[in-house]
Design a protein around this ligand. Structure first.
Ligand code: SF4
Ligand code: F3S
Length: 344
């Protein structure tokens, strides 16, 4: 099996480009710069990881996001390096051949392969609502998870049940960890940022360890802060300056989107730091409030109601009320400042 450095060379990339990718990878993984040499050494010597990527109740949006990862590794390097031994959307073989190659990895690479799961699991009625090659999704998941070195649930469907689990949840959709009854690494988002998924996979492949996670299984390096903590519109929030409609003066001036329903204050996600499309932008930067797509239950909640008026449902109601009071305090502070300066 090739190493990452060998893949770079075979694609005609220079040593400089390889080292640039190593530096970006280090920063995205949240590693200390003193570990750069260790990371470069691993990229030169560790063989490509075996990856089995299963899709159940999903829209393939996480896959679409993953293959658009460009800021850490060039796409052609990514697709060659993450040796996707089984991936229904991307693999060339199909039918019995594909199933055999998956079984081969499960049997021969015990503890070494990474299992990525995209989509919710549907155990209801014996798993009949999602079957692949004549087997229920539940059976396929158990088979592949048993010998995996690391199980990663990508997207909010695999992490929390997601859109397939929206009320009234006709297929009884649940998350990977709920079904397996054990903690897995959750990389939520609808979809998650490609670079984030890649960094989690490569941390295990290159550094030989799962990322540090919080109590909900989310990698702390990416989900340790809320969007609001790092939002570039935060000074407007603190000053009590809000857009009240999508085309008012406040919106044109780039004011805070809290009153338009922004869920950034209660949403743990790297959108305001890593951003999308190679760090180009994220929903709030494009003028749309965050609707909390990385959080459990977002699919059953109002997208455009301000947090302080959202009733019931949010698992963070106390935080929402506190944030609502914070927004009022910000507005009050802005009024006092204006009055002290002689404004009306
Ligand atoms: Fe940014 Fe939303 Fe927080 Fe406003 S409420 S500062 S738009 S995250
Ligand atoms: Fe989702 Fe909010 Fe980011 S809606 S894509 S977590 S800005």
């Amino acid at each position: 099996m090739q190493t990452l450095w060998e893949v770079f060379r075979s694609k005609g990339y220079s040593r400089r480009e390889f080292l640039k990718s190593a530096t970006l990878l280090m920063a995205t993984m949240g590693l200390s710069p003193i570990l750069l040499n260790q990371l470069v050494r691993a990229m030169e010597t560790k063989p490509k990881p075996y990856v089995i990527w299963l899709e159940f109740q999903d829209c393939a949006g996480c896959t679409e996001s993953f293959i658009r990862t460009t800021s850490i590794l060039p796409t052609d390097v990514l697709l060659d390096y993450i040796s996707l031994d089984y991936h229904e959307t991307l693999m060339a073989p199909s039918g019995t051949k594909a199933e055999l190659s998956k079984e081969e990895v499960i049997k021969t690479q015990k503890g070494r392969y990474i299992l990525v799961v995209e989509g919710a699991i549907t155990p209801k009625d014996g798993g009949v609502y999602c079957t692949v090659s004549g087997k229920a999704n539940t059976e396929l998941l158990r088979e592949a998870a048993e010998n995996a070195g690391l199980v990663i649930a990508v997207g909010s469907c695999a992490s929390w049940g997601g859109v397939p689990g929206a009320y009234p949840n006709p297929t009884g959709a649940v998350s990977v960890s709920q079904y397996l009854g054990k903690k897995v690494v959750n990389v939520p988002g609808c979809p998650p940022i490609g670079d984030v998924m890649l960094a989690v996979i490569t941390e295990f492949a290159l550094m030989g360890r799962a990322p540090a996670t919080d109590s909900m299984g989310r990698p702390v390096a990416f989900y340790g802060n809320t969007i609001h903590d790092k939002c570039y519109r935060r000074p407007f929030y603190n000053a009590g300056k809000f857009a009240s409609s999508f085309d008012d003066e406040g919106a044109k001036k780039g004011y805070c989107l809290y009153k338009l329903g922004c869920k950034g204050p209660i949403t743990r996600s790297p959108c305001s730091t890593v951003r999308w499309n190679g760090g180009l932008s994220f929903p709030i930067q494009s003028g749309h409030p965050c609707f909390g797509c990385t959080e459990p239950g977002f699919w059953d909640r109002s997208m455009y109601k301000a947090l302080s008026v959202v009733e019931g449902g949010w698992s963070h109601t106390k935080t929402a009320v506190a944030v609502g009071l914070g927004a009022l305090a910000g507005a009050g502070l802005a009024y006092l400042n204006k009055r002290n300066k002689g404004g009306k």
